[in-house]
Design a protein around this ligand. Structure first.
Ligand code: ADP
Length: 542
């Protein structure tokens, strides 16, 4: 370089010129940078006489600049990576000026990257809704650990507020000096709103449950009770400690415990509703009838997240029902005797009158038929009270079920003017059961099929054998019923409201039939479509 300046006379000017110099301490070459000038100095004749060199070491500045360039390169790479992240990713330099703003941030806040780059957008969004305390905690944490995470409320471009989970972390240079901050901001507004709603509805539930005079509890998914309302403590006189987990068993009438546990375990296993009438001990020591319900609370995936239960006192209704049952039982018995006598005399009268008696014989027959119907009705009423008290006696003996079905259908066909009763299927097995009681079931189902299909002209009966069971189906093409009634029609006195206008009845036929079938070890159920008809099924073991 020196020779060149000397021979050409052109000065040498170098900016950040790299020079390797021996380090005296280590004996190794170190890289230094100089900004230098080598200037030719001329004599009077114009010949280059000497060179003037001047150099300033700029090594530190060059290294600092190189580091910044390297860091910026890294930041740019980071920004490209964040572009495809759904969350809002925002980068700022140490003055909080925005240096990176991804699509997620555009979507979340509504500002385009052109609007915010180089501005204080991030600081504005994040800090304006932070309390002074939070702000201090935030900057303290950032300075101490280089990280901060928290939930903040921020404002979008259009002024609406969003709840955001912010996670900020510093980015450091090689020397460990923070050079930028990156924040990943996740929109949690929906979650926050849902939490808010849950809080509100919990508060409502508590207020409601504290004020109503019903016993209310909640339980964990495993059934352990974790909350009782005020009335629960008032009624039982027990404390939460005494009642929690399975403490409720202490107040259930001993005879009701077995069934209660059976039903409750079934509900816990299946998630089905629990419903039972049971007696619960009042703090005065008496047991009072309650109607208890429990319903599973489920999450979106259908997992049980808890149980909520209630018990309503029905002591008064129960007493009235009991009085009604007693009255029916007594009245039934009282009426039976004179009725049997009337029946006997009418029968005798009918026999005495010969064919020549004309109309009078017909009147006697009609009176006799009516008395027989009355006798059947009273018989059913008496049956109901017998079922209630578990006093029906069954005379079990083997018999030919197929024959019983044929005979019953033949007899019913005589009375059925508009309907043709058709049978399909045959069975060969004998059945052990109470023949009269099973005939009562068949008569009841056929009578209903005819009665509730006034515009149809046939009733189909199918009988078949299925896995050691006989299954009978009685199908009509009548008025049918809505699904919601299907579970209830086998209950005592249950009649479908819409049917009561046009069809007479007591609502006990199916109740009795159901109980007879259950006592034979079978089951009974129905399928129905409103306006299209119903099919009643029962099974009994062979
Ligand atoms: P009842 O017929 O005397 O009212 P049941 O116990 O035999 O009493 O029947 C209970 C109720 O079920 C009836 O009131 C009726 O509403 C309904 N029901 C029974 N059988 C049928 C049927 N085949 N079609 C439509 N509804 C029926």
């Amino acid at each position: 370089i020196l020779n060149n300046v000397f021979s050409t006379g052109k000065p040498f000017i170098a900016n950040e010129f790299p020079v390797k110099l021996i380090n005296k301490n280590t004996d190794k070459l170190d890289l230094h940078y100089y900004t230098s000038v080598i200037q030719p100095m001329k004599d009077e004749k114009g010949n280059i006489e000497r060179l003037l060199t001047h150099g300033v070491e700029v090594t530190q500045q060059v290294e600092a600049r190189k580091q910044i360039e390297e860091a910026n390169k890294q930041l740019r790479t980071a920004a490209t990576v964040t572009e495809n992240i759904a969350d809002a990713v925002v980068g700022t330099d140490m003055d909080y000026k925005t240096i990176s703003w991804n699509k997620g941030a555009e979507n979340l806040y509504g500002y385009s990257s052109e609007e915010v780059m180089g501005n204080y957008a991030m600081a504005l969004l994040c800090t304006q809704f932070l309390s002074e305390e939070d702000k201090q905690a935030w900057s303290k944490a950032l300075d101490a650990t280089g990280k901060w995470q928290g939930e903040v409320v921020q404002s979008k471009k259009d002024g609406t507020l969003v709840s955001v989970l912010v996670s900020i972390a510093y980015v450091y240079d090689e020397k460990g000096k923070p050079i930028a901050a990156f924040a990943v901001n996740r929109d949690i507004t929906d979650r926050k709103n849902a939490e808010e709603k849950i809080k509100e509805s919990e508060a409502k539930f508590r207020t409601l449950s504290e004020t109503i005079p019903h016993m209310i509890w909640t339980a964990a998914p495993d059934g352990k009770k974790n909350f009782y309302n005020k009335y629960f403590f008032e009624y039982t006189g027990l404390s939460f400690e005494e009642l929690k987990d399975d403490g409720m068993l202490k107040i259930i009438f001993p005879e009701d415990i077995k069934k209660d546990l059976e039903l409750w375990h079934h509900s816990l296993k299946t998630g089905e509703n629990f419903i039972m009438e049971k007696r619960l001990r009042h703090h005065d020591g008496t047991y009072r009838w309650h109607l208890s319900h429990a319903i599973a609370q489920k999450d979106m995936q259908g997992n049980i997240i808890g149980w909520i239960g209630s018990s309503t006192e029905i002591e008064e209704q129960k007493m009235k029902e009991k009085q009604k049952d007693e009255f029916i039982a007594i009245a039934g018995h009282e009426m039976k005797t004179p009725l049997t006598i009337a029946k006997t005399y009418l029968h005798l009268l009918e026999m005495q009158l010969d064919e020549g008696a004309g109309e009078i014989k017909l009147f006697a027959k009609k009176a006799n038929d009516s008395v027989e119907k009355l006798n059947q009705l009273i018989g059913e009423l008496v049956d109901v009270s017998k079922i209630q008290e578990g006093k029906i006696n069954y005379n079990l003996a083997p018999f030919n079920f197929n024959k019983l079905l044929d005979e019953t259908m033949e007899n019913m066909q005589i009375g059925a003017k508009n309907h043709h009763l058709k049978k399909s299927g045959n069975i060969s097995h004998e059945v052990t059961g109470d023949k009269d009681r099973l005939q009562q079931v068949l008569i009841n189902l056929l009578t209903n099929a005819i009665k509730y299909s006034p515009n149809a002209n046939e009733v189909l009966v199918n009988v078949e054998e299925k896995e050691n069971m006989i299954q009978v189906a009685v199908k009509d093409f009548g008025i049918g019923m809505n699904k919601q009634h299907l579970e209830k029609i086998f209950e005592r006195y249950y009649r479908i409201q819409e049917h009561t206008m046009n069809f007479q009845g007591l609502g006990i036929g199916l109740y009795i039939s159901y109980n007879i079938i259950i006592r034979h070890g079978g089951t009974m159920w129905a399928e129905s479509d409103i306006g299209r008809g119903s099919t009643f099924y029962f099974t009994i073991p062979t």
